[in-house]
Design a protein around this ligand. Structure first.
Ligand code: RTP
Ligand code: MG
Length: 140
């Protein structure tokens, strides 16, 4: 498996509880490398653009409200099989279903405020990285 890049976010519920370091360490301990990182307080409009794929879902408004309610850390992670590996380390969307040792099991408070985001496929990873980063901001 070749080295791959994925897009990750530490969501406002986690930055608010000062969990940026703990979550990043969990990602690093799993073999993922942070090759780009910045702290953003996204606007409602940026949240709606990022989550456009979910715009018909019943939780869309709540999700965009939450994601623009405080600071988020946006990151590019690199490693072998990075997309799947990151999804595994994150755990299930609903923390009640997440496996022991996953970020969402350890830190998430609800299905909505679930501490992290991670791309789900190579195409979405490329799109999501491009949404938040220019090439010069990614230093491998
Ligand atoms: P993500 O995209 O954030 O990595 O999470 P995911 O793939 O596990 O979940 P997805 O189905 O893509 O949903 C995106 C985000 O929307 C919020 N959500 N709320 N209230 C609800 O029922 C509900 N369902 C989803 C979560 O913040 C989820 O991560
Ligand atoms: Mg998703």
């Amino acid at each position: 498996m070749a080295i791959e890049r994925t897009f990750s976010m530490i969501k406002p519920d986690a930055t608010k509880r000062n969990l940026t370091g703990a979550i990043t360490k969990t990602l690093e301990d799993a073999g993922l490398r942070v090759v780009a990182s910045k702290r953003v307080w996204m606007s409602r409009r940026q949240a709606e653009g990022f989550y456009a794929v979910h715009k018909e879902r019943p939780f869309f408004d709540e999700l965009c409200e939450f994601m623009s309610s405080g600071p988020t850390i946006v990151q590019v992670l690199e490693g072998e099989n990075a997309i799947l590996k990151n999804r595994e380390v994150m755990g299930a969307t609903n923390p009640a279903d997440a496996a022991e040792g996953t970020i969402r099991k350890m830190f998430a408070t609800s299905i909505g405020e679930n501490s992290v985001h991670g791309s789900d496929a190579p195409e979405t990873a490329a799109e999501e990285i491009r949404y938040w980063f220019s090439d010069v901001e990614i230093v491998g």
